[in-house]
Design a protein around this ligand. Structure first.
Ligand SMILES: *Cc1c(COP(=O)(O)O)cnc(C)c1O
Length: 374
């Protein structure tokens, strides 16, 4: 089965991991700080690494101070963790609808629901295309909320010349193998605000504080630390950070390749009937994580099944988050975000990854042509 996404691992990646294995540090060593500095160079903001993109979201919400009684406004067109990690901290998640064109959080929909109880507004850069952060920033400032960017799809993207990592107060990344670079499992939280990044760093280290300036009680000796607030062990080991630093060196190559494959899909699919192709807004230079087409005339399921039967591993991104029984049990009902539901009904992600060959891409297009008849 041709996958919709997969990692690209070369000898330089293998050698980086082997070197880490032979070193003194398998975890909590120098390769962690190195990878964090390498992320900063791409994202434009200092970063803290964590174990995956979901724990990055948990860490970011914790750093933002999200707790019971707070509201978090987010999009339903995302992986469940964007919302569920806030719910698990006790917050009430308020789903705002998306823009039809980009499938990103619609600032007008956010404006309609944001208020004094809104602790955080969490956007997702769907498919790698940055959300409308300038408009979202105005709302977050008006209501005094933290602006969060789930950039699991978007490391390497820029928005009006500014890198993803500098657009929100807190930005999260995922390094799962289907994403734009991989550490197997891995993630990061970036922030331009030192106090938020410090809270994120403390949270991912089980809440342990060793800085005497942050301790309540007198230092008892070299072993002493305190836990002023609870945290988790979300540390990413040196082995995986070594892979991450090596992969980041290849990120410009991955970005160019993903953009070229996207342009090639745009061209090859332009005259296939019954499809809507993804767009790119002025001022955006996206890392193309997904190639999300819309299959019109109620044929998405048929096209999905027939492509799968032909060995082409298409995917649907995403089931609206509040459709999941865990949210249904909290009282959320279908129909809440009609634009997102209409998008979901038509969406299909075609194979897109750095090592996708033109021959495989041609086969995807040919199978689609066969099914849709042109
Ligand atoms: C992949 C993804 C996550 C979660 O990342 P993991 O590393 O798989 O935990 C969160 N949000 C979005 C939008 C994602 O695509």
């Amino acid at each position: 089965m041709l996958p919709y996404g997969r990692q690209s691992i070369d000898n330089s990646d293998v050698e980086a991991v082997v070197a880490a294995l032979h070193s003194d540090w398998l975890t909590t060593g120098p390769r962690v700080a190195q990878f964090e500095a390498d992320i900063e160079a791409v994202a434009g903001a200092p970063a803290v690494t964590v174990t995956n993109g979901s724990t990055a979201l948990h860490t970011a919400y914790a750093a933002a101070g999200v707790k019971a009684g707070d509201e978090v406004v987010t999009t339903p067109m995302t992986f469940v963790a964007t919302a569920s990690t806030a719910t698990m901290l006790g917050a009430t998640v308020v789903f705002a609808d998306i823009e039809d064109e980009t499938a990103n959080l619609d600032p007008a929909a956010v404006e309609a629901v944001a208020g004094p109880r809104t602790k955080a507004i969490a956007a997702v850069d769907y498919a790698g295309h940055p959300a409308e952060y300038d408009a979202l920033r105005k709302i977050s400032e008006r209501v005094g909320a933290v602006l969060l960017g789930d950039a699991a799809h978007a490391i390497g993207s820029t928005y009006h010349g500014r890198p993803v990592g500098t657009l929100a107060d807190l930005t999260t990344f995922s390094f799962f193998p289907t994403k734009n670079l991989t550490t197997a499992e891995g993630g990061a939280v970036a922030s331009m605000r030192p106090e938020l990044l410090e809270r994120a760093r403390t949270f991912r280290g089980v809440g342990m504080v060793r800085d005497p300036g942050r301790m309540r009680h007198q230092d008892e000796g070299g072993w002493f630390y305190e836990v002023p607030e609870f945290g988790q062990n979300y540390r990413l080991p040196d082995l995986l950070c070594a892979l991450g630093s090596s992969q980041l060196l290849r990120l410009p190559e991955f970005k160019a390749r993903r953009q070229a494959l996207t342009a090639r899909y745009d061209e090859l699919l332009a005259d296939v009937p019954g499809l809507r192709l993804p767009i790119q807004r002025e001022g955006v230079d996206p890392m193309r994580h997904l190639y999300p087409i819309r299959v019109l005339d109620g044929r998405r399921r048929e096209v999905y099944d027939r492509l799968r039967a032909a060995g082409i591993g298409v995917q649907v991104n995403y089931i609206p988050v509040y459709w999941h029984p865990a949210y249904e049990d909290l009282g959320y009902r279908r129909g809440m975000c009609p634009v997102a539901e209409a998008f979901y009904a038509e969406e299909l992600s075609l194979p897109l990854f750095a090592d996708l060959s033109h021959a495989d891409q041609d086969r995807v297009v040919e199978e689609l042509r066969k099914i849709l008849g042109s």
